[in-house]
Design a protein around this ligand. Structure first.
Ligand SMILES: *[C@@H]1O[C@H](CO)[C@@H](O)[C@H](O)[C@H]1NC(C)=O
Ligand SMILES: *[C@@H]1O[C@H](CO)[C@@H](O)[C@H](O)[C@H]1NC(C)=O
Ligand SMILES: *[C@@H]1O[C@H](CO)[C@@H](O)[C@H](O)[C@H]1NC(C)=O
Length: 479
């Protein structure tokens, strides 16, 4: 393969990672993953060198950018400098945790599909690697690349925004969902943000519980009656995986693979590669068109799971949007009027929901929750996705461009000569907020007052949708 077709991961902060890498490894690794060896890490003068398996990840772009939510972080655009005459005076980062192992259940399904192939009566040459192959990924937790993704993002946020503040460091307020991998991502981000100061002064993230019944704007478990529309992606899977099922069954007689096995083996290509840094042998079993179809499977999955395709998707993002409106305007009323997922005990207290003295707010969450928030705001809205084929025009929703591992929505507040504005980026892609009356189609600047008025769905608590989320809506809201 021509080297120019390879995607070289732009982890721009590799040097700075040298000093902190062993710390990051500790944060990333769980007991199940001690197999990630530290051999080869010792560099000159006792400084741990970066393991190429974590930092030098090289994969063809057609794979790396078509893994849906399992894609390693990549920028989908180029960050834009501040327009002349403006200064950024507040930043809101909403970020997904970094790369992780498969979830426990997904790992079991993947291992079962591998076992089916290994039980075949014979294997063709492309599959002989299976004779000595052993599935050995951990479950649920961050991997080293995931720690780096969050650390690098924190470091970049400091470099991007510290020059805007008069103090040596800008006050940061960080919240996290209570999943361990999300908390670790928040902590890694803070290590990066404060790396100039040897990590000194970093605050402790405010952890918000995702236990059943909790009110948490960083988790999507509060809408049990949201319809299950997964038939869209399973219909698509049956279409696109049919060739691969036939091909692999011919190469492995007796394996009796089904369409779900193809899904699992394609996932394994992604998970194993981001973990080991070397292309997994499973990647070579599938073609470019099949990876594009795999991405579309996850486009359907997120779009109909929490996004525009689900009638109760956007409402699950309303709480965060109301919190954002309060931060941007410095006015508590939006958060206090929220009747959806906000925790009113936390948000009435200026220690746990500060509205002054903060330059950067950073919130750490999960892909599904971020998808709901984008839908509540009106971002990435395009042609409806069909399950028989991807739309040919105005296809806007690509899961890997929005919520890859460590994917992020950044909302900046800018003070300009002509007033106060909001600017939005998803994974460094400038958003042109067409829903915002008076937005500038080139700079993406949206007047703050227009932004607030554009968010009527959130300000109206989802126009009645929240009440459809649970059987006893009156009990759904408390403190
Ligand atoms: C709100 O947060 C507080 C503090 O963490 C917690 O004790 C309380 O249970 C939360 N309330 C809800 C409804 O989640
Ligand atoms: C506000 O939150 C802080 C930190 O959790 C807590 O110590 C304090 O008691 C709270 N204040 C009130 C009035 O509840
Ligand atoms: C998304 O686009 C559709 C079609 O243009 C439109 O009807 C809908 O209101 C939009 N949703 C949001 C939240 O902007």
């Amino acid at each position: 393969m021509d080297i120019s077709t390879l995607l070289d991961y732009d982890l721009a902060f590799t040097d700075a990672l040298h000093a902190s890498f062993s710390l990051l490894i500790l944060i990333a690794l769980s007991l199940t993953s001690v197999a990630f060896s530290l051999r080869g890490l010792a560099g000159p003068a006792g400084v741990p060198a970066i393991d190429q398996r974590a930092s030098g990840l090289r994969l063809p772009a057609y794979i790396a950018r078509n893994l849906g939510p399992y894609s390693p972080y990549y920028r989908s655009g180029r960050y834009q400098l501040v327009p002349p005459g403006c200064v950024i005076d507040q930043v809101n980062v909403l970020q997904r945790h970094g790369a992780r192992f498969p979830t426990t259940n997904a790992g079991k399904r993947i291992a079962a599909s591998v076992a089916k192939l290994q039980d075949a009566t014979s294997l063709s040459s492309s599959l002989t690697f299976l004779r000595s192959y052993r599935y050995r990924l951990g479950a649920d937790d961050l991997i080293a690349l995931g720690a780096q993704e969050s650390y690098g993002a924190g470091r970049e946020a400091y470099e991007r925004y510290s020059t805007l503040a008069s103090e040596a460091t800008i006050p940061v307020f960080v919240r996290s969902d209570s999943s361990p991998r999300v908390i670790a991502s928040a902590t890694n981000w803070l290590s990066g943000f404060y790396s100039q100061f040897g990590g000194q002064g970093a605050p402790t993230p405010l952890v918000i519980s995702n236990a059943a019944g909790s009110h948490n704007t960083l988790d999507d478990k509060a809408c049990p009656l949201a319809p299950d529309l997964s038939s869209h992606q399973t219909t698509w899977l049956a279409t696109f995986a049919a060739n691969a099922v036939a091909r692999l069954n011919a190469q492995a007689p007796g394996a009796n693979l089904e369409t779900n096995d193809v899904l699992n083996l394609m996932q394994l290509c992604g998970f194993e590669t981001v973990y080991s840094g070397k292309m997994s042998p499973f990647c070579g079993l599938f073609m470019k068109e099949e990876f594009e179809a795999f991405e579309y499977y996850y486009d359907l999955d997120k779009y109909y799971g929490n996004g525009y395709g689900n009638p109760l998707g956007a409402v699950q993002g309303v709480g965060y949007v109301n919190e954002l409106l309060s931060r941007l305007t410095g006015n508590l009323r939006y958060s206090l009027s929220d009747r959806t997922q906000t925790n009113q005990t936390l948000n009435r207290n200026s220690s746990t929901f500060p509205l002054s003295g903060v330059g950067v707010y950073a919130d750490f969450s999960h892909n599904n929750q971020i998808v709901s928030i984008l839908a509540a705001m009106g971002l990435q809205n395009g042609t409806r996705l069909g399950e028989s084929e991807p739309p040919k025009n105005k296809r806007r929703w690509f899961t890997s461009r929005v919520v890859p591992f460590a994917g992020r929505l950044v909302t900046e507040r800018l003070k300009c000569a002509s007033g106060t504005f909001v600017r939005l980026f998803i994974d460094d892609q400038l958003q042109i907020p067409t829903f915002c009356p008076g937005h500038d189609p080139l700079t993406g600047l949206c007047p703050l007052s227009s932004f607030v008025s554009s968010q009527a769905y959130a300000r109206n608590n989802g126009d009645g949708d929240w009440e459809k989320c649970s059987a006893r809506p009156s009990a759904a809201h408390g403190t």
